[in-house]
Design a protein around this ligand. Structure first.
Ligand code: SAH
Length: 220
């Protein structure tokens, strides 16, 4: 686990960020550790300059390559669902994107293994996490639908792009007692929480969401 040293990082006004946190609370986010980390993580650093002024609005924002940085509410909700059954030690994230969700996770779990299929996004994310000195993040340029077998099994898996069906490899790389939070569907998607038990898998359907699709293969 890791905390960001805010010294020297230009921050948008405290009031703007406090307003965002209040909005998350109003929408039902209640995990104080998650809210704390979202309060202190500089979301504007995860956006290109042209978008940075909108960083503390509760909206998804473009990061290039037709991809988006998830809406803060969705990041908070998915993170609290992942942690709801107790602390997680090794977490696989599929879809690094800007690296913002990665940064949130890195401050709440022991080790984060993050897979991204678009190399340029991964490189920018790596740089940002380095700036924030979050050193418990491991990155892989690969098709995350296959998970990251060498580093598994994982007691947490968080997927930030939506498959039509949950990839088999992700289910297999979940340890017993492990939890996966994943959006599933095409035009209509639902957030699902999958728990691996001794007997098999249990699935809870949480709420409607909208994510970019989980694509196969990898790109420069
Ligand atoms: N958590 C990110 C979300 C980015 S959008 C953020 O908040 O910034 C989803 C990301 O998933 C994109 O970067 C996209 O390139 C990536 N992605 C889509 N399919 C993937 C796959 N099969 N493997 C790895 N990454 C994938």
């Amino acid at each position: 686990m890791n905390r960001i040293d805010l010294h020297g990082i230009g921050m948008t006004s405290q009031r703007t960020r406090e307003r965002l946190i209040q909005r998350l609370v109003d929408q039902g986010v209640s995990d104080m550790a998650v809210l704390d980390v979202m309060r202190t993580t500089p979301r504007h650093l995860f956006l290109d300059e042209a978008m940075a002024h909108r960083a503390y609005e509760d909206v998804a924002l473009p990061i290039g390559f037709q991809q988006t940085l998830s809406q803060p509410y969705v990041v908070a909700r998915m993170t609290e669902l992942l942690l709801a059954a107790g602390p997680r030690s090794r977490v696989l994230e599929v879809g690094t994107g800007s690296g913002y969700q990665t940064a949130i996770l890195a401050q709440l779990v022991d080790e984060v293994y993050s897979v991204e299929r678009i190399k340029s996004l991964q490189q920018k994310a790596r740089q940002r996490l380095r700036t924030l000195k979050l050193r418990n993040v491991h990155m892989n340029h690969a098709d995350g639908a296959m998970g990251w077998e060498e580093c598994g099994p994982f007691d947490g898996i968080l997927v930030t792009a939506a498959p039509e069906q949950i990839p088999e490899d992700l289910l297999l790389q979940l340890s017993t007692g492990g939890r996966m939070v994943i959006p599933v569907g095409g035009e209509y998607q639902h957030l699902q929480v999958v728990t691996r038990t001794h007997e098999g898998y249990e699935t809870d359907i949480v709420e409607a969401v909208y994510f970019v699709p989980l694509c196969s293969g990898k790109e420069k």
